[in-house]
Design a protein around this ligand. Structure first.
Ligand SMILES: [Zn+2]
Length: 122
């Protein structure tokens, strides 16, 4: 796992999900997949980021995009809905809360991209 991914994972975790994963059981790692850009694997306690997506974002210096992806997948870990892939009301309201927190912290680009992400599931 690239050190940078772990650093960003820790940063996102501490900024937006301070009470989640207090025991530090979860890890972030890269995975190869043709369809998914990210995945929350609850059984392995792993937040997975698509290798291609990761390297494209790193090449462009798009830390915001990577943060948004991590926030999205961590939200799946935090919000327990019936199916892992669900983007239901609980998921959306938690993500909306993170967007509001990002905005309050002055991270308006993260906030805007979370709102844009949410609009796919409305
Ligand atoms: Zn999702």
């Amino acid at each position: 796992m690239p050190e940078e991914l772990d650093r960003l994972f820790q940063e996102v975790k501490h900024s937006y999900f301070p009470s989640w994963d207090a025991k530090e059981e979860w890890k972030a790692s890269l995975f190869d997949n043709e369809i998914l850009v990210g995945y929350c694997d609850r059984s392995k306690k792993a937040i997975l980021v698509n290798t291609k997506k990761w390297s494209n974002c790193v090449k462009r210096g798009d830390h915001i995009g990577l943060s948004v992806l991590l926030i999205h997948e961590i939200t799946h870990a935090v919000v327990r809905e019936q199916r892992q892939v669900d983007h239901g009301d609980k998921f959306k309201s938690r993500l909306r809360k993170v967007a509001a927190e990002a905005r309050a912290k002055g991270n308006i680009y993260i906030a805007d991209r979370l709102i844009a992400d949410l609009s796919f599931y409305e």
